[in-house]
Design a protein around this ligand. Structure first.
Ligand SMILES: [Zn+2]
Length: 428
């Protein structure tokens, strides 16, 4: 390795204790979402650190976005460090929110305990470890190349776990991710230290409701059972739609392999009287249900369009309608995200690929995420295509009990990020 490259790698290694302490501090702030707590506290903590390293820091509240209130304000941080001369801006975007700890932990989820080279806790891998690694990478780079050209930005954003509307989507709408301001984006989500995530599948959520007619449960023939109508919808899904989706394969390198086809999850199902409407004793009123509702979570491929996805469900419902007397339905679309895929030849991909090669002595694996993350907003709203996810941690551990991030993995991915900064700023 040339001298300054080696100096940069050494500067990361020398910051090991700092990286561990920073990660632990972040994990010990339980920024649970929902409802979205502690955003201001974590932004102020990061502000202090980044401002002392020469970053200009803005704390921005996404006022009026879903969930934003005076009790749960949606705070975001954007920090910018400018080099010595004009050049590209490289932006690291991390979300600060974490999902509920849930059951099954053997560690305290917010104590950030260290054991056998790993830090345990909610948000360690998704994605406070990645945030910490990107800060260390930026600080080490700036210390080693104080004369660099361009700018480095670090953002810490709200609400990724609930769609990113009070976070990256809102910032993108304000122009913070416009191609005039930012040229390269790295999102340090936990996709493993030697893989580059080029994008994600699309999402289409809808609620299907079937209607019936209420009657006394002792004389069901006087009514019309909405749950049986929904049963027919489910049967049609089992026999025709799900097998067809499983056969639809994509050229996107989605991991895990099982997600390389179209998928549909039945998110929830409810039939009969809504439980809060009855004094629920476990012994409900004897009624024929006049309504059944089902929420479906459809994940689709770059080869499919939202129109096709919607059309399949409408066709299916119409087939059932033609076959079943009395079948009536409503279809309410809830949420749609288009698939996104950055080209392998994009500058940020090439820079990170070269850096992975330098650190690990092998080419990266290119992957696509089965689920969506904030890249969608950077692509659709920010109109910035030069964006990837790259960061430490194992994706499968995200949202699980005993989530952890490996300290060596954070160090190595910080080296990759720092070398990518060298590459993208043209520093030698
Ligand atoms: Zn995440």
């Amino acid at each position: 390795m040339p001298d300054r490259t080696q100096a940069l790698v050494d500067a990361i290694a020398a910051r090991r204790e700092d990286l561990v302490a920073l990660t632990k501090d972040l994990v010990r702030m339980p920024t649970l979402n929902p409802p979205g707590v502690g955003y201001l506290e974590i932004c102020q903590y990061l502000e202090k650190r980044l401002a002392s390293g020469g970053f200009e820091v803005e704390l921005i509240r996404a006022e009026g976005t879903p969930g934003d209130s005076d009790t749960h304000p949606r705070w975001n941080l954007i920090a910018r460090h400018s080099g010595n001369s004009p050049g590209d801006t490289i932006h690291f975007n991390s979300h600060i929110d974490v999902v509920a700890a849930g059951r099954g932990w053997t560690f305290d989820p917010f104590a950030a305990e260290e054991k056998d080279g790993k830090i345990y806790g909610r948000g360690t891998c998704d994605m406070k470890g990645g945030l910490a690694a990107s800060i260390i990478a930026a600080e080490a780079f700036i210390a080693t190349f104080p004369d660099y050209a361009g700018a480095i930005e670090i953002s810490a954003t709200a609400d990724e776990e609930t769609g990113g509307f009070g976070g990256v989507a809102w910032l993108a709408e304000q122009g913070y991710f416009s191609p005039q301001r930012v040229q390269h984006v790295i999102i340090p989500e936990p996709l493993n230290k030697d893989r580059i995530c080029l994008g994600h599948r699309g999402v289409w959520w809808a609620e299907i409701e079937t209607h019936g007619r209420i009657a006394h449960g002792s004389m069901p023939f006087l009514g019309d059972c909405a749950v049986r109508h929904m049963g027919a919808v489910l049967a049609e899904m089992e026999t025709s739609l799900l097998p067809a989706l499983a056969k639809k394969r994509t050229a996107m390198p989605v991991v895990p392999e099982g997600a390389r086809s179209s998928t549909l999850n039945i998110n929830s199902f409810h039939g009969g009287l809504a439980e809060p409407e009855v004094e629920y004793t476990g012994f409900p009123a004897a009624l024929v249900p006049d309504s059944a509702r089902m929420i479906i979570d459809r994940r689709y491929l770059i080869e499919e369009s939202a129109d096709e996805v919607r059309g399949q469900i409408i066709d299916l419902l119409e087939r059932v309608k033609n076959a079943r007397p009395g079948f009536e339905y409503d279809l309410n679309e809830m949420w749609q995200v288009s698939p996104t895929l950055t080209e392998k030849s994009a500058p940020v991909v090439e820079a990170v690929a070269k850096s992975i090669q330098n650190v690990f002595g092998r080419a990266p694996e290119y992957v696509v995420s089965p689920g969506t993350y904030d890249q969608k907003h950077i692509d659709r709203i920010g109109r910035l295509k030069n964006c990837i996810a790259y960061g430490p941690g194992i994706l499968d551990l995200a949202h699980q009990p005993d989530e952890y991030v490996g300290i060596n993995d954070m160090i190595e991915s910080a080296k990759v990020m720092a070398l990518a900064l060298m590459e993208l700023t043209g520093s030698t």
